[in-house]
Design a protein around this ligand. Structure first.
Ligand code: SF4
Length: 351
């Protein structure tokens, strides 16, 4: 594919984007950008961290809440860890929240509260991988970096009728994306390809009739869109089992335990529990009590396994001391601050 044609193809997409760009709370519209408005790198970075493994619809309200409560990177850097973890509850993949704080503190302490403006500088920040660094460099600073997420991979596989399965095909698809990246408007271009993948070149039933790249699209030409991108077969997820202990004190306080920083749901508050394993879990009650086992299990699926939690409940007197965890008074307890799997366990006690 020649450089001239690449430029024309990028221009076709940008013309489409100028008319059809999605309005998103972290985004500067193409018209505003053309008028000289620059995106706030803090908002671009936060949106990219939140959007990893999470849909736009789920992220919007969290993004608004975070940027209202912590409007600048320095505000976030000064936040209490527990407040940030609680505000993140429900968004999942909690390592992202810990890295969010680490990164905000690195920007505040080592860069005077200003995000580095180079790919290398961004890449050196905690929790900022190659994808996020490229996205922030392109969207916030208009650097001609190639941004490749799942949407872009799908579009590139179809555009080039590439049948090599993912993840093996990643370097090839990245190469295709790099060849098309706009040099003139890289920030708008990066968002335009993402929008094309999210709204037109969707996983199922792509709207090829509305696509600005239809005449260049090899999959459309050959009718192979629905088969692409090919993916290597997924491994079956194992099922792990565990026990969650929901202990209420007679004054309404709940027994919670902060999980270790490393590992799943690291740093989050949750119900004390057993290990999670593929064998039947060993009972590990956090306090002496008369236990009642609920009939229903709390079920949740993580990236690498399904979890089934047996829920045990108990009511304990004021003077009873736990072996693990701490009681959280009824007035400050908010089930909304718990990770989703812990909320599911709680819902079984109220349902
Ligand atoms: S023509 Fe269809 S398959 Fe090809 S890029 Fe456009 S929406 Fe995707």
């Amino acid at each position: 594919m020649s450089a001239t044609r690449d430029t024309a193809q990028a221009a076709d997409l940008l013309t489409w984007y100028d008319r059809h760009a999605r309005e998103l709370p972290w985004r500067v519209s193409p018209a505003a950008r053309a008028a000289g408005v620059r995106p706030d790198p803090y908002r671009v970075w936060m949106s990219e961290i939140m959007l990893q493994q999470t849909t736009v619809a789920a992220v919007k309200s969290y993004f608004e809440a975070f940027t209202t409560r912590w409007p600048t990177v320095s505000d976030l850097a000064a936040a209490e860890d527990a407040d940030v973890m609680a505000a993140w509850a429900g968004l999942g993949y909690y390592a992202r929240a810990r890295n969010l704080l680490k990164c905000a503190r690195a920007v505040a302490d080592e860069h005077g509260g200003v995000f580095p403006q180079t790919l290398e500088g961004l890449r050196a920040l905690p929790g900022v991988g190659p994808y996020t660094a490229a996205a922030v460099a392109a969207i916030a600073f208009d650097l001609p970096e190639t941004v490749v997420d799942g949407n872009v991979e799908r579009v590139m596989a179809r555009l080039h009728d590439e049948h090599m399965p993912l993840p093996q095909s990643k370097p090839v698809l990245t190469g295709y994306a790099a060849a098309l990246t706009s040099q003139g408007r890289p920030g708008d271009y990066a968002q335009a390809v993402m929008d094309l993948g999210a709204t037109i070149c969707t996983p199922r039933n792509p709207a090829c009739g509305l696509c600005p790249w239809r005449t260049a699209c090899a999959a459309w030409d050959r009718g192979t869109q629905a088969e692409l991108p090919k993916k290597a077969p997924k491994k079956r997820k194992p099922t792990r089992h565990g026990i969650a202990y929901l202990v209420k004190r007679v004054d309404g306080a709940w027994l919670l335990e902060r999980r270790p920083d490393s590992g799943l749901l690291g740093g989050m508050l949750g119900w004390p529990g057993s290990d999670w394993s593929e064998e039947a879990p060993a009972d590990a009650p956090p306090i002496r009590a008369e236990w009642k086992t609920l009939n229903a299990e709390a079920r949740h699926t993580f990236t690498h396994f399904h979890l089934r939690l047996t829920v045990k409940t108990a009511l304990v007197p004021m003077e009873r001391r736990p072996e693990r965890g701490e009681f959280v008074e009824a007035e400050v307890f908010d089930a909304g601050d718990l990770p989703t799997v812990m909320r599911k366990a709680f819902a079984l006690t109220t349902g």
